[in-house]
Write a protein that binds this ligand. Sequence first.
Ligand code: IPE
Ligand code: IPE
Ligand code: MG
Ligand code: MG
Ligand code: MG
Length: 313
Amino acid sequence: MSNSTHIPEKSKALTEFTQEVLPEFEKALTAYLTAEFPFAPQNRLLSAITYSCLTPSKRYRPLLIIASQKLFSNTIHPILPFASAVEMIHTYSLIHDDLPAMDDDVLRRGKPTCHIQFDEATAILAGDALQCIAFEILATDLPIHFKADKCQKAIAYLGKKLGIDGTTGGQQMDLDMTASTDLPSKDYLAHMHHLKTGALIKSCVVIPAILNNASATIITHLTQFSTHLGLLFQIADDILDETSNTEKLGKTAGKDDSQKKLTYTRQFGLATAQEMAKAEALNAQEVLKKLTALQLDTALLATLIEYTLNRTS
Ligand code: IPE
Ligand code: IPE
Ligand code: MG
Ligand code: MG
Ligand code: MG
């Protein structure tokens, strides 16, 4: 945000948390993408998958998942299959988002996009395969740690949040408005962001609660919390496209403007978009108070709100 240079992106607590949990997460993710495929070195598809998925990145969704798990348990090991699956799904969405038929981007996570490094057909297939591997992991490994009925609920929830009522539907809404000269309603834009980005972020927060048998009240509050967080995340992404630079972002800055994308900055201007991001952060903080009142330790989630608002990449 405008004065973000004066605010540390990550609080000390979030930095410590990241250092504590991300190595374990990376180990789990890498194991899933390397151990099971004996022909890896010769396999162009797997090379494209690991090229995109194992490139260092924020790992925002795994952090969120592990933070949510920690509301209910001190052990993070049981949630690592879910965190790995979600990072694979997120990577699939990025690979497809970057394709010429979608946002036509050449840079992702500081490297050539998957279709540039490999080719368009391989990039499409890499995305397809990542999504399939993710659901295979969920069906296979979640039941090792959680009750079968909770796993079924969690997998159905995630499927819904990736389909027409989630990521994919939101991406269609985005494409439908790209380069349009009309500005749609504020509701259209918010709905688009909730679907294309918010739905997966919501899954990261709510699914660990489902798996850990949280009460309906806690799930309702976490749903509300993550609705604000998801919208905040994408408003911040829109803002960063305008205010940050290519080196920091690891993707081409100013791309939304050049493609006439429907974004919060285009619809409302930078200053208002920044105010709206802050308002979502405050809304998320308000919901956390309800969870704190239920004796949950929400400190990590609070620090993730700050990070989502103040991040510079
Ligand atoms: C980018 O997500 C796509 C959006 C939903 C805005 P991230 O900003 O989390 O990208 P990585 O995972 O760090 O590369
Ligand atoms: C992407 O939104 C959302 C998904 C990948 C589902 P953007 O198109 O704004 O993401 P970036 O800016 O390319 O990372
Ligand atoms: Mg896009
Ligand atoms: Mg894009
Ligand atoms: Mg963007």
